[in-house]
Design a binder for this molecule. Sequence first.
Ligand SMILES: [Ca+2]
Ligand SMILES: [Ca+2]
Ligand SMILES: [Ca+2]
Ligand SMILES: [Ca+2]
Length: 418
Amino acid sequence: MKPPAHILLAFAPLVVCDGLPRRAAGQLAFRPAVHTPVGQRPSGVVIARLNADAFADVAVTSDNPDKLIIFLGSAAGALGLGPAIELPEGVGASAVVAGRLDAGLSNDLAVGLQNAGAVAILLNTGGDFALAATVAVGNNPRGMDTAGGDLVVANRDSNTATLLLNDGNAVFSTMTLPAGDEPRAAIFGDFNGDGLRDVAISNHDDRTISIYLGTPRGLVAAADLFVGAGLRPDALAAADLNGDGLDDLAVATDFATVFLSTGAGFSGPVHYPVGGDGPSGITVDDFNCDGLPDIATSHADAGSASVIPNMGGGVFGGPLVLAIGQTNDGIAAGDIDGDGDPDLVVINRDANTLSLLINDSCTPIIPGDLDGDGDVDQADLGILLAFYGCVGECPGDINADGAVDQADLGILLANYGS
Ligand SMILES: [Ca+2]
Ligand SMILES: [Ca+2]
Ligand SMILES: [Ca+2]
Ligand SMILES: [Ca+2]
């Protein structure tokens, strides 16, 4: 089948700006999982800022009654109960993604409705959410992604993915992308680095990943990726794992399976053990603050999740296995306690809970600790005074305003001795 032509897809600029780095590299370490009850059979989870404060929040879908429950992040790292949004009965709320879908500045939510063959659009009304529309997609929508206000979702029982193109005001037109057998997830990325958004779809029963490349005339199918004999691809993550500017793919199989983009295609697969059976959820973030994106997986057939660290060049080390104690499904990363490093949330379909794992991997950076030895002392003052008056990118520019001046000296002195 010929893939449909549609409008040009281009990435929206990244809006997130968190100011100065507040954490330095450390050994991977997480606090023990803390379990919070959610509704029945949670099946989708996302972490994003959903209300006005600086802490990332969690949205979880659950079944019977179908609803979306919001949990609010806090400095203490405890999740507070936020609003619950009821969805029409029996729709089978599944995947949830967060992003700006209308002209407002806050994050909105989209929820796959697996029994309804549709995606629900929920717009942020100031920390609460209102169902604005449902958009018909294929049968049994599962893994979903959003970028630049658009959405893409894998239709498990139609062997397709649906691309939902946003007019900027959360009104969507749809395009169908043919996929392989039983697609479980669909994701955006820019795999060939041309600035045009591409799509990857995991075909569980075919053991393949379908790749569509963005072109000025629309998405064009490229060669499928084969994940390997005996392996079945489930959740997907797209990120630049080896720092060459091209998005790569991390795939939940029986391993964390990595395909590195070469620009003209992909190298791999390389299969990394994750220390738990049945990985079904996967996400990428820099969990140990060394500047290299790491991979986290949740394991449907084991009571655990894992993080495998990026050793550089898109090569990953052995897993840090995190005990969950409950069979889990989806996983998401975000800074729940607002301390500058990504924490993890896992959803547990059989125990009807979500588990929060606060990240303790990274060490705090003390403003003024210019030599990075863990304190602010005469050595740091010496560095600042040596560059006093320097304009541009200078050591000692603590507030990063492009000059070493009295403001920086004030910050250093305020932390002197700490
Ligand atoms: Ca591209
Ligand atoms: Ca790359
Ligand atoms: Ca890292
Ligand atoms: Ca954190």
